[in-house]
Design a protein around this ligand. Structure first.
Ligand SMILES: [Fe+2]
Length: 204
């Protein structure tokens, strides 16, 4: 069920005054975002996508005979419309996304099987966490991270027999990503921006 209809909020004067009640200011910020969907909506969409994959509803999009690529990251778009793209990604060891953002898109993911390591820039340093099957994460605007299949003590034996899979949603649908490096003095340097609709960097 994709019951993601949300009533847009429109507050023409809210953004002009810091004296407004906090909840009004919050709505004003929300209405300025490039999408009606919120992180909670994207989390729900990825959760539903993961359930649908497990239930076999996307089997026609998956590699034949369960032969997940063992040497390269793989992705298929499960659904798309003007507001949101939903992708299924299969991860392989030692292939990170590089440190990146999602340009003007909000994002979310649900880990379906295996585990992912995420390195997120917190403004001072990269913080690592492991997301295992069933875990979810959302990415507000400005989220900069690097994602890689977790070491096999978390993810299990390498693909193809035991894929690490995650479902991602981006709203508005991805059109660009910027890449970054951490400098020697504890800041981020943006190294390039690419136009792409591919999730978490170009995948083969
Ligand atoms: Fe990402």
């Amino acid at each position: 069920m994709r019951s993601s209809v949300i009533t847009p909020t429109y507050h023409p004067v809210a953004a002009a005054s810091a004296r407004l009640a906090p909840e009004v200011t919050e709505r004003a910020v929300a209405s300025a975002l490039p999408t009606r969907l919120r992180p909670a909506d994207l989390l729900r969409l990825t959760d539903e996508g993961a359930e649908d994959v497990l239930a076999g509803r996307y089997d026609h999009l998956l590699p034949a005979d369960g032969r997940w690529p063992a040497d390269s990251r793989w992705a298929t778009r499960l659904s798309t419309d003007d507001e949101v793209d939903v992708w299924l990604i299969s991860w392989v060891p030692d292939q990170s996304t590089e440190l990146h953002d999602h340009a003007g898109s909000l994002g979310a993911l649900t880990v379906l099987s295996g585990a992912l390591s995420e390195y997120r820039w917190n403004g001072r340093e990269l913080r690592n966490r492991t997301l295992t099957a069933g875990d979810q994460a959302s990415f507000p605007l400005g989220w900069v991270h690097d994602v890689v299949r977790a070491p096999d003590q978390f993810a299990g034996a390498p693909a193809p027999g035991n894929p690490t899979l995650s479902v991602h949603a981006y709203s508005p649908p991805l059109t660009a990503m910027s890449y970054y490096e951490v400098t020697g003095h504890g800041t981020l340097r943006r190294t390039r921006t690419v136009l792409t609709d591919q999730p978490e960097g170009d995948v083969k």
